[in-house]
Design a binder for this molecule. Structure first.
Ligand SMILES: Nc1ncnc2c1ncn2[C@@H]1O[C@H](COP(=O)(O)OP(=O)(O)OP(=O)(O)O)[C@@H](O)[C@H]1O
Length: 248
């Protein structure tokens, strides 16, 4: 299969831990600009797949390419982050004692340490970037609030904003709506759809209501490979998906 036009290209990828194949001949291709939802039961390999993409885990075999041309298996985690793959873990880890705006300032792309980042005057360009991000993450009116005082959902949005501040081409987002209210969940779907207008996005999520709101192609993983792929309606109607995941 051609890699041109892809932002993420995995083919025949396998990795074993102590003889257990967590990823088994996995092939998964994401077009540039696409948002994809990844579903699947516990232990299906979703986290391990993201660990492979971000360079945390090296595959035993298979091809892993970013942007159609960069062989990710040849790079380490720091390189891969610099090249434009950003990851958000499930649990939010914002700086609680800093304001929303300072959290974003600290995350802006570019070499910086905490003191210069907080005490230098924002350039006009930085101010504009932060305003843009605050708009996208729905926290414009909370910019001076301390991280500690945000709701769980708002912390997740701030962390998505911190990811955007690093200007990634591809965002990997792990279970963003776990623990959110229904209203926050729906807003998160809208927020990610906004981000997907200008970024490629992979979202791992168990909440099927949220996946439906995203309205994107779905890949169901099982035992380290793709079990089913297509629209949510197509994947949900697949007996094997019902058997191992949705029917449980
Ligand atoms: N470092 C490791 N050492 C040994 N086994 C591992 C390691 N990492 C993952 N595994 C195993 O690989 C399998 C896939 O795990 P993974 O965390 O990728 O699944 P998942 O789809 O993300 O599950 P969940 O929905 O629970 O997060 C599991 O059986 C897990 O126990």
């Amino acid at each position: 299969m051609s890699k041109s036009g892809t932002i993420l290209y995995l083919d025949g990828v396998s990795v074993s831990f102590d003889g257990f194949r967590a990823i088994n001949n996995l092939s998964l291709v994401l077009d540039r600009g696409e948002m994809r939802a990844i579903i699947g039961p516990n232990g299906a390999g979703k986290t391990t797949m993201m660990d492979i993409v971000t360079g945390k885990t090296k595959p035993d075999s298979g091809e892993v390419y970013f942007n159609g041309e960069i062989d990710l298996t040849r790079h380490d985690e720091a390189d891969i982050a610099m090249m434009g793959i950003g990851r958000k873990f499930q649990k939010p880890t914002v700086f609680e004692s800093h304001t929303v705006e300072d959290n974003l300032m600290l995350s802006l792309k570019g070499p910086r340490s905490i003191f210069p980042a907080l005490f230098h005057r924002k350039t006009a360009d930085e101010a504009r970037r932060i305003d843009d991000i605050l708009g996208i993450i729905r926290l414009g009116d909370k910019r001076h609030m301390l991280g500690a005082n945000l709701s769980h959902g708002q912390k997740q949005w701030l962390e998505i904003g911190m990811l955007l501040a690093q200007d990634p081409k591809l965002l990997l987002v792990d279970e963003p709506v776990a623990g959110m209210t229904d209203a926050e969940t729906e807003e998160t779907a809208r927020l990610l759809k906004d981000i997907a207008k200008t970024h490629s996005v992979v979202v791992v999520e168990h909440d099927m209501h949220f996946v439906r709101e995203l309205g994107v192609k779905v890949t169901c993983l099982h035992e380290g490979s793709v079990l089913s792929e297509g629209t949510l309606d197509f994947v949900s109607a697949d007996d094997r998906v019902v058997e191992v995941y949705l029917g449980r």
